[in-house]
Write a protein that binds this ligand. Structure first.
Ligand SMILES: [Zn+2]
Length: 173
């Protein structure tokens, strides 16, 4: 609790490894407006991202944090530059290591591994913001620009045809 006294009350700080070993969990929500690093990608400040953080220890006795994200936000369509409603859904598992060397070794062995260094004062909202940024599409586009119904439907439920349409468009450019 030492560090918490010096910080604004809205900030939640955890010891990442202790949180994991004690199998703690936390959940909350953050307004899109509060995610400053999303400023370039979002169309407006509307929307809320809810998150759930669960700690645990894997079969190699490594502490990890599992983060689930869910939310609605408005991105900017990269074709017509108009808002594009986006349903955010993300799940990531961050395996924790004591130093860069062991993190690098583990990532070399397992390409899918997402690693982080043990952080005695981890700002949870900062972590949520990192993962939201990572889960955003690189070039969000309406399936059919100008067709609002189609855009909302496509954002709510990405389907293989939408992905295919996106690929075709990219190739044509
Ligand atoms: Zn568009």
């Amino acid at each position: 609790m030492r560090g918490l006294l010096l910080r604004p009350q809205s900030m939640t700080v955890i010891h990442s490894a202790e949180f994991a070993k004690e199998k703690q969990s936390l959940e909350g929500s953050v307004e899109v407006a509060a995610l400053a690093r999303l400023a370039d990608q979002r169309a407006d400040q509307a929307g809320v991202v809810s998150w759930r953080l669960v700690g645990g220890v894997d079969r190699y006795q490594r502490p990890y944090l599992a983060l689930t994200l869910k939310g609605e936000l408005n991105l900017v369509c990269q074709r017509c530059l108009k808002p594009l409603a986006w349903s955010l859904k993300g799940e990531s598992v961050l395996t924790q290591f004591v130093d860069e060397e062991s993190l690098d070794d583990a990532e070399n062995i397992d390409e899918d591994l997402e690693g982080m260094l043990i952080e005695p004062e981890l700002d949870v909202q900062g972590l949520v913001e990192d993962e939201v940024l990572l889960s955003l599409p690189l070039a969000p586009r309406h399936v059919a620009c100008g067709d609002e119904d189609e855009a909302v439907r496509a954002a709510a439920k990405p389907n293989p045809f939408a992905v295919l349409a996106g690929l075709k468009t990219r190739k044509a450019e």
